[in-house]
Design a protein around this ligand. Structure first.
Ligand code: ATP
Ligand code: MG
Length: 446
């Protein structure tokens, strides 16, 4: 203090400021009280008031943002005898404000450079900010939407099936909505629509809250998904077509084998029988010939049966399934319980459905034999309603893991899925290690 006492007040200011300070002192001397911001710079141990534009000539740490409050100083008679100048240091406050501004500008830059659209929405649903990507997606300039209700950006009613509307999400702040991505239809300025994924997050503020709404334009993703869906569907149709061609080809070969080869073998067997009755024929040799012929007939029948189970034509689907499952269980020493509801018998179904279901059951049973190490099988078929059937095949084997079904190079389960799907039905395979496996098919047959 001793350094300044007795000095001219103007000595505390840079010479360039002298005039201005003088004016301020004069104003106060005339009885006026007022405050003005000022910038001080510390030079050689002294702080001097400088002009703002000269601040860059000083080190940041030497600058002081101050508020100079001028007021007249009156003597006992009330006459103005001088001026009181109160200098308050506001450096910390100014620096904090600058930092805040910096942070704000930085976050604005990040938000504006985001690829996804983003809007800040007040708790009443009014748009408070709208970034560049959102401008591009919706065709609005930010100033056209700020202050408007956010619902103007969507086609109402919303296309998502959730029980919570956007208005409820944004305005009532219904619990559990934050961060959930949901699809809605966005409405552009030109009234065209586009698919949009919405992610809403609620930010608590002092005395209220704000929503950040992420507006992701998913037109490209949707188009790609649709294209993929079409390609997948076509591949499915192709696979189903190939399967039916293969079945038809198998039936044709089975028929040829049965009619041609089967017929000839039976005729030969008859001839051999007659041969054995002729005098002078070695019976032992004829016996060997007959055995060979019988083996050839059995093999042919087995090949025909694999190609197109004759039981399918003779007994119908349910009879053929029963015959096949019983035969397999007998051969593999499995305990097999078959429960086929009698009202299935009068259900009409096409040849294609019949053979496909038979093949699925065949694959399911063959998987049990190959992989399950089961003791027993339950095969249950029933009618759920007029034309819907349900087939369940339950084994008590070692069960399966998810990974079993994801293995590459194994086609049985995939084939079962495809067959059932191509008929418009659904197939589920459930199991847990050590708890057996259940296969369930549901299918509308007419
Ligand atoms: N009933 C079952 N019990 C236990 N594991 C099973 C059962 N059914 C299927 N699996 C598992 O699922 C896997 C996939 O079966 P999938 O029928 O697709 O192939 P695969 O039988 O191994 O070969 P293939 O292509 O000849 O059918 C099997 O390798 C097996 O590990
Ligand atoms: Mg298999």
């Amino acid at each position: 203090m001793h350094e300044v006492l007795g000095k001219q007040v103007l000595d505390l200011f840079a010479s360039s400021q002298g005039l201005e300070i003088d004016c301020n002192l004069q104003r106060a001397m005339k009885g006026e009280s007022f405050s003005l911001p000022a910038m001080l710079a510390r030079t050689s141990g002294q702080a001097r008031v400088i002009r703002n534009r000269d601040a860059r000539m000083f080190d940041e740490s030497d600058l002081v943002w101050a508020m100079l409050a001028y007021s007249p100083w009156r003597d006992d008679e009330g006459a103005i005898a001088g001026v009181i100048v109160v200098v308050s240091d506001r450096t910390e406050r100014v620096q904090a404000k600058r930092k805040l501004n910096d942070t704000w500008s930085r976050s604005q830059a990040v938000i504006n450079h985001m690829l996804d659209g983003m809007a800040m929405v007040s708790s009443e649903g009014h748009i408070e900010s709208f970034n560049l990507a959102a401008e591009r997606s919706f065709g609005y300039r930010a100033k056209e939407v700020i202050g408007q209700n956010v619902l103007m950006l969507f086609l109402c009613p919303f296309t998502y099936s959730n029980d919570c509307t956007l208005e409820q999400c944004l305005v009532s702040g219904k619990k559990g909505i934050s961060g959930v991505g949901r699809e809605v239809l966005g409405l552009r300025k030109d009234q065209s629509t586009f698919p949009l994924e919405l992610v809403v997050s609620k930010i608590a503020l002092r005395g209220g809250h704000l929503f950040t709404v992420l507006l992701r334009d998913i037109s490209t993703r949707k188009a790609a998904q649709e294209e993929l869906g079409v390609i997948t569907e076509r591949l499915r149709q192709l696979a189903a077509h190939q399967e039916s061609v293969r079945e038809a080809e198998r039936s044709r070969i089975a028929r040829e084998l049965h009619d041609e080869l089967g017929g000839q073998l039976t005729a030969l067997r008859f001839d051999v029988n007659r041969l054995s009755q002729l005098p002078g024929i070695g019976l032992e040799r004829v016996g060997q010939l007959r055995d060979s012929l019988d083996a050839a007939i059995r093999s042919t029948r087995s090949i025909i049966s694999d190609l197109r189970p004759p039981m399918l034509d003779h007994l119908g689907l349910w009879g053929a399934i029963e015959w096949y499952a019983e035969g397999l269980a007998r051969r593999c020493a499995l305990n097999c319980q078959i429960l086929i509801c009698p009202n299935l018998e009068d259900l009409k179904m096409s040849n294609n459905v019949g053979i496909s279901l038979f093949r699925v059951v065949q694959e399911a049973l063959s998987n049990i034999v190959k992989h399950a190490e089961a003791q027993s099988i339950i095969l249950r078929a029933k009618r759920l309603d007029d034309a819907v059937i349900e087939v369940k095949i339950i084994d008590d084997g070692k069960g399966l893991n998810r990974e079993d079904l994801d293995k590459t190079g194994h086609w049985g389960v995939l084939g079962m899925h495809e067959r059932v799907r191509s008929l418009g039905g659904e197939l589920a395979l459930e199991g847990a290690p050590g708890q057996g496996t259940t296969l369930r098919i549901r299918l509308r047959v007419s």
